[in-house]
Ligand binder design. Sequence first.
Ligand SMILES: O=C(O)C(=O)C[C@]1(C(=O)O)C=C[C@@H](O)C=C1
Length: 282
Amino acid sequence: MEFKLAAKAAAAWPSPAHALALRGETGGSRVGFAGFGSAATGTKALRLRAASNSATPVAKEGRVDQSETVTLGSIRQTLIKLEDSIIFCLLERAQYRYNADTYDSSYFHMDGFEGSLVEYMVRETEKLHVQVLHPIADSININKKIWNLYFDELLPRFAKEGSDGNYGSSALCDTSCLQALSKRIHNGKFVAEAKFQQSPEAYRLAIEAQDPVQLMELLTFETVERAVEQRVEVKAKIFGQDVSTAAPPARKIDPSLVAGLYRRIMPLTKEVQVAYLLGRLD
Ligand SMILES: O=C(O)C(=O)C[C@]1(C(=O)O)C=C[C@@H](O)C=C1
């Protein structure tokens, strides 16, 4: 499968020379990366074999949480904590080179599995989570877009070119990054539930009209978004500072990349919110 960079993203981030290496290597869409899994250490010619490790389904309860735990304030605090998780995941991955073989299915062999090491790792670490939301939440999953965002737009911009042989570690870090991004973006379901509970009448009209544009206007807070961008850039500067170097300190990752990433994350979080709200009265 071949992917194209979104024009918006290309404007936000410079295109690296090795981005082209991604074409055709990241086509996995059979993913849902909510869980966490085991590590594998790579070698140049990957001939990895592992026991099948399917996640055990967890019973789901399709009920709406009407308690005070779903408040906009508390969910925004969760989103702020997830910023740290995302930045630390990116910093972990940035210590390895791009390692193209991690994404090349011809370098990875597993009986009964067609795909790359990273696709295998993500699939095997997948888990189901219990939710306390309206049942519509279960049908909303934009992991394919998150996969494309990470592998097409983000990773080639922050991973150094070339290979260092750490394919398993790279795949493990990629899996953690995808999980953190997925968790953050799908938390939009909780944000939307909190907003609905806070102003049910305003949202009810837009939901009954099945009007995604009006819903998008209602749930958007530009000042909050600008504050998020500024905060994550500052965090990336501080967390990614290499203290072993003399002034000016070297950065393990370009802080503007993280701000750029959030300019892509927030619209996806809002997309999840709109999808949730459109089905909220079903
Ligand atoms: O804080 C909110 O109200 C959110 O909906 C979250 C979020 C975000 O993704 O950070 C998304 C939309 C808003 O415009 C502001 C911020």
